[in-house]
Design a binder for this molecule. Structure first.
Ligand code: DAH
Length: 337
């Protein structure tokens, strides 16, 4: 056998190695070609010394080259087969991955966070209170006596005698003042519950944000400036505010704050019932009876409080026309924002 035949053998060997379908078939080829006993290339190597001296060098080089090429190809094919046999059956690792959808904040969460941020800059700390309340914190401490219409069992979710789901976050005013000495400057966001008939503007569960600032020398001017600053920060610098006298048992004097209508700018439209103004919150100077209920001295400290519906603010700000949409878990609502 001359160098040319050895070369031809190489083509055959490499083609069969490439075609080996699994590791067992490949091992059989290894034995056939370079097996220590009886391998075809091994036999050629053993034959080198018996080749005629003038041909020996060329023959030897050809056989060595053949062996190296076969060994290389066996190694490469082995690595490839090992990798594909290690794969889990039925898994195509070249398939594109599953896309993770990025979530969004619910409008109420967004509005709440923005309010917390704005009042935070004005020095208000966030506090929380329980949703299951007693009559002391929901009514009595807030100067709402037993005969007051707000205490009608039909207007409240009573869980058992004297225990109900809170109807307002004003409960947290009492809880905070019972625990702390003045000065107090807090906001309390949270859920409240009322057995109202559900419609576009009413839900029997909704959210309020309560505010309370008590300290020596706090005045109605502080109340107006804090709430006007809030309105401009939350709704934009061009919004105007108006205060109108109102009544709440726990504040004296009491007021309602109105915004110039966000839709028509004040000229009058359907959204503001042609008045140009939209009411957004109740507020007032903390009633001395409330201070006495929590052990504060009304001769020493004064304070103001306010409460607003977070859901209503979110609806106004984001243009949501029906409060029920906020609680239906329809993802289309979230995707719009
Ligand atoms: N708690 C009142 C309500 O649910 C809102 C409110 C009005 C809160 C005046 C206040 C306030 O703190 O001073 O209608």
């Amino acid at each position: 056998m001359g160098p040319a035949e050895v070369k031809a053998l190489q083509g055959d060997a490499l083609a069969r190695i490439d075609a080996a379908g699994d590791l067992a078939a490949l091992d059989a080829l290894r034995i056939e070609w370079i097996g220590r006993r009886g391998g075809r290339i091994t036999a050629l190597m053993k034959a080198i010394p018996s080749v005629a001296p003038e041909e020996r060098s060329a023959f030897g080089q050809a056989v060595n080259a053949l062996k190296a090429a076969v060994q290389d190809r066996l190694d490469a094919r082995k690595a490839a087969l090992e990798q594909s046999e290690a794969k889990l059956p039925g898994v195509d690792v070249t398939m594109p991955g599953r896309r993770l959808e990025l979530g969004r904040l619910h409008p109420i969460t967004r509005a709440t966070r923005e309010m917390v941020d704005i009042f935070g800059r004005l020095g208000f700390e966030v506090v929380e209170g329980p949703e299951v309340e007693d009559e002391w914190h929901n009514f009595v401490g807030l100067n709402i006596p037993a005969e007051h219409p707000a205490r009608d069992p039909l207007d409240n979710y009573y869980l058992k005698d004297h225990v109900l789901l809170r109807t307002q976050t004003s409960t947290v005013q009492i809880r905070v003042m019972e625990k702390r000495k003045p000065p107090v400057r807090v906001i309390a966001p949270g859920r409240v519950y009322r057995p109202d008939t559900v419609d576009a503007g009413h839900s029997n569960m909704f959210h309020q944000l309560e505010g309370l600032w008590v300290e020596e020398g706090v005045t109605f001017a502080d109340l107006k400036s804090v709430l006007a600053m809030f309105a401009r920060a939350f709704y934009g610098p061009s919004v105007r505010t108006r205060f109108q006298p109102g009544y709440f048992p726990f504040t004296e004097p009491s007021a309602e704050m109105y915004l110039s209508c966000l839709l028509c700018g004040g000229s009058g439209c359907a959204a503001c019932k042609r008045t140009g103004w939209i009411e957004i919150l109740g507020c007032g100077m903390v009633d001395p009876n409330v201070f006495e209920a929590v052990g504060y001295d009304p001769e020493k400290v004064t304070g103001f409080a306010f409460g607003m519906g977070i859901d209503r603010q979110a609806m106004l700000k984001y243009g949501i026309h029906d409060i029920r949409w906020l609680f239906e878990n329809d993802l289309r609502l979230l995707r719009q924002l």
